[in-house]
Design a protein around this ligand. Structure first.
Ligand code: GRG
Length: 320
């Protein structure tokens, strides 16, 4: 697996993946979205800043911005498309940051390390971390409702709410816990194909739906046609599963210092993962095939979708 951002084997002849450019665009805007307010508790605000501004990869903002760029109307400058999609990019990163803070809590995954730093409840305390996640979730919707074009704002709020709720992020998390907590005892002795179907369903909701929302919101920010939105969605569905399989492989094979969070914990907890159920090589092949399918959706969208295509290749080659 390639270790250098933007220089994977699959993309060697292409321009580098410009995630740095996304971070340079979005980080000051994430910061600005957290302006102090006389009514916000200073400790709460500090915890929100800690969680949201921590050095993540900013994949979801990248998806929103690059999706907007991919389907922007003819003649719209790339900078204009990115500005239009900024609220969408901020909102999805807020939902993601909240989900990580809550996932790390002692009642969930009980983790000490996230994005190379102590987790939010370790740096602050458990109650503050719970409130931090709650506040980030509300802030995401405030940001989105205020920042999307009036013509697509209501639809955008619906997209993000559906991606975050019991049929998606929260439901996927609940089912993911079900196996390790023994709420789903039959599954551990089920045939491998049934376990793979279960895993795909968990991950489609737990991580995939937010990726789909990021891409859809980028499209809605530039008021893309339904036909272009459907192509973006095909990309996002393949991308989401490829990401998750690669994430499972990283947990099984990655280096903690590089990944920025504890690795090997899936095996420790007897969790079902793609490599344990389908094997490492088959999982790597599947992730590669999914990335290729995501790329072919971007080929149909045209040259402005090239950054999305490069991201799909990078996602299965990354080391963090
Ligand atoms: C608590 C409602 C609730 C949901 C939690 C996101 C999530 C659901 C759990 C996180 C646990 C985990 C490791 C999931 C695997 C996929 C994932 C979301 C990894 C982290 O995303 P990256 O790699 O992280 O984009 P960065 O830090 O780079 O943003």
């Amino acid at each position: 697996m390639a270790a250098v951002e933007g220089a994977s084997i699959a993309t060697m002849t292409e321009p580098p993946l410009a995630l740095e450019e996304v971070r340079a665009f979005i980080d000051p805007r994430l910061d600005a979205a957290l302006a102090p307010s006389p009514d916000a508790s200073p400790r709460l605000l500090e915890s929100i800043r800690y969680a949201l501004l921590a050095p993540g990869k900013r994949l979801r903002p990248a998806l929103a911005l690059w999706a907007a760029e991919a389907v922007a109307p003819v003649g719209m400058a790339r900078e204009t498309a990115w500005e239009a999609a900024a609220a969408a990019a901020i909102a999805v990163e807020m939902i993601h940051a909240y989900s990580l803070v809550h996932d790390d809590l002692p009642a969930m995954d009980d983790d000490d390390l996230r994005r190379g730093r102590p987790t939010c409840h370790r740096a602050f305390d458990e109650a503050t971390a719970i409130l931090c996640g709650d506040a980030l979730q509300a802030l995401a919707f405030t940001t989105l409702a205020a920042g999307m074009p009036a013509a697509t704002a209501t639809r955008s709020v619906l997209v993000l709410a559906q991606a975050s709720g019991p049929d998606s992020l929260v439901g996927g998390q609940a089912d993911d816990l079900a196996v390790e907590r023994g709420w789903q005892p039959d599954l551990l002795s089920a045939p491998a194909d049934e376990q793979v179907r279960w895993l795909e369903r968990v991950h489609r909701r737990k991580t995939g739906e937010l990726f789909r929302a990021a891409v859809a919101l980028g499209g809605l920010a530039v008021q893309a046609t339904d036909e272009r939105l459907a192509l973006l969605d095909t990309y996002a569905r393949h991308f989401g599963l490829a990401f998750q399989i690669a994430d499972d492989l990283l947990d099984a094979e990655g280096n903690e210092a590089v990944v920025g969070k504890r690795v090997g914990k899936d095996a420790e907890r007897g969790k079902l993962t793609f490599p344990t159920v389908a094997g490492h090589e088959a999982s790597r092949r599947r992730a590669g095939d999914l990335a290729a399918s995501a790329r072919s959706a971007t080929d149909t969208l045209g040259p402005a979708a090239a950054p999305l295509g490069r991201l799909a290749s990078w996602i299965v080659d990354r080391d963090h």
